[in-house]
Each structure stands twice: as structure tokens, then as C-alpha cells.
Design a protein around this ligand. Sequence first.
Ligand code: TYC
Length: 112
Amino acid sequence: MHIQPILASGNSDDDTDASVVVETRPKTKKPPLYKILLLNDDYTPMEFVVHVLERFFSMTHAQAFEIMLTVHKKGVAVVGVFSHEIAETKVSQVMDLARRNQHPLQCTMEKE
Ligand code: TYC
């Protein structure tokens, strides 16, 4: 939704136009949020995925195990929702750890 200043305009278009801002509503656009998605694959060990969810998404072991199983069964799950910068950092951290451990785990982000 666009919010614009409300203008009171005397006439339309010339130099004598004495347009005056009579009211503005405060522009408080909420920052967009991004979902982080974890994707299933056939090779990443379940324990590694659980570890990733505990480490980067502050889940308990039980929560992490449950979400890991959801991804395993359904193919994908949202594992968190964050600002763009935080989401980008977490995706990088997950992808980096997976790569360093030679697992094909994939993690992506998309605007909510
Ligand atoms: N499917 C994997 C296995 O059977 C486990 C797994 C779960 C992998 C979640 C990725 O995001 C994932 N070892």
C-alpha cells in the first residue's frame, strides 16, 4: 500500500501554485521478512541436519528432530523467518557448513 502526503492545491500547474502540505501520515514501512527453506536430499545425514537446526535456528533437539523429519518426508520446510540480512547470513552459514562437510544440503530464502 502506498502512503503519500496529502496536498491541498490551489490550482494545478503554474508558478503561482501555492500547494501546501497540510497533513502527512508517518511513513513506517515494515521491513520485508524472508522465509528460510531447508530442502531434502538423499545423502545428508539426519544427525547433521538436526545439528544445523540446533546451531543456527536455536531449536531444541526435539524441535530440530521434528523439523528434520518434516523436510525428509515432505521435501521442504520453513525453518525460520528473518530480516533480509539475518536470513542471508544464516543461509550462508548453513551452506558453508554443509559444503565444508561435503554434504549436498540446500538452504534458500524467499520473500514472505
Ligand atoms: N533425506 C536425508 C536422509 O535420509 C535426511 C535429510 C533431512 C536431508 C532433511 C536433508 O534437509 C534435509 N539421510
